[in-house]
Design a protein around this ligand. Structure first.
Ligand code: G3P
Ligand code: CA
Length: 286
């Protein structure tokens, strides 16, 4: 897996230099475009997603922000993992062969901490653990911003209260928030509205899984800070409209240089990528 990922990264870099760079988003002659490099699940295709190794690699590769996915354990602890089931990214089936469910919500934090969250990706990552939200925040520290995502919040009733309470008890988070380096995103609009009511000082971004309509963008401008669509679902007109409405836009999940350059040319505010190092290179060489 690691070797394949490294090959894809090299290919992405090669494609990046092959695509002529435009200048639409450039801040001025010779200065790099002002586009945030956002490491998806850390450096999500170069190290086991959402682990300490992945966060550290993203920071080393020049991420301005690190993205994550937040869920809740059976005993109410917040952890950083993407799937409702632990089966894809851990050895839960080997550690708990007698259990009939592998859902995050059915395991305590102590049980989850017994799982290896790195070996599925590569033997060199054996022993990586699923991080608590607190550990993840400390790992990002003051080195980068935080793009936090409440993943499938419908499965964790009341998680907005838990997230708000936990984050505010972490001095590193409080500092990052004060410096404007925190965004909370979700694909569940009703959930995001609940979180926003609870924590109006935390910037919020809604994920879009289709091309946002103009009606949706106008509505978004009444309460959101950013709209976050898949790059493949939008075009330059959408980016222009978000900016006209005073919104920012962070697009996902962009892994090839040609696509990165397309988003940069359109003037997006940030690009969420599994290869933050490649995006940082693309931005440096424009
Ligand atoms: O940050 C956007 C992206 O993470 C949404 O998709 O499934 O990777 O959480 P997913
Ligand atoms: Ca995510």
């Amino acid at each position: 897996m690691f070797r394949l990922s490294a090959t894809v990264a090299l290919l992405a870099t090669a494609l990046a230099v092959a695509v002529p760079a435009g200048s639409a988003a450039a801040a001025g002659p010779g200065s790099p475009p002002d586009v945030a490099v956002i490491g998806h699940r850390g450096s999500g295709n170069m190290a086991p997603e959402n682990t300490l190794a992945s966060v550290r690699l993203a920071l080393k590769q020049g991420a301005d922000y690190v993205e994550n996915d937040i869920m809740r354990t059976k005993d109410g602890q917040l952890v950083v993992t993407h799937d409702l089931s632990l089966a894809r990214t851990t050895n839960v089936e080997q550690v708990f062969p007698e259990r009939t469910t592998y859902q995050v919500a059915d395991y305590t934090l102590a049980e989850i901490k017994r799982l290896d969250a790195g070996s599925w990706f590569g033997s060199e990552y054996a022993g990586q653990r699923i991080l608590t939200l607190r550990e993840w925040v400390e790992a990002v520290g003051s080195s980068a911003g935080m793009l936090l995502e409440a993943k499938d919040p419908w499965a964790f009733p009341g998680i907005e209260t838990d997230i708000d309470k936990e984050l505010r008890s972490i001095p590193t988070f409080v500092q990052a928030l004060r410096k404007g380096r925190v965004i909370m995103q979700a694909g569940d609009e009703a959930w995001l509205r609940s979180f926003h009511q609870l924590a109006p000082d935390v910037p919020v971004a809604l994920l879009y899984y289709t091309r946002p309509t103009d009606e949706q963008l106008v509505a978004a401008s009444t309460w959101l800070d950013a709209v976050n669509p898949a790059l493949g679902n939008i075009d330059e007109a959408i980016v222009d409209r978000t900016h006209e409405l005073g919104l920012k836009t962070y697009v996902w999940t962009v892994n090839f240089g040609g696509d990165m350059n397309r988003g940069i040319d359109w003037g997006v505010d940030g690009i969420i990528t599994d290869y933050p190092g490649v995006l940082a290179d693309v931005l440096r060489t424009r």
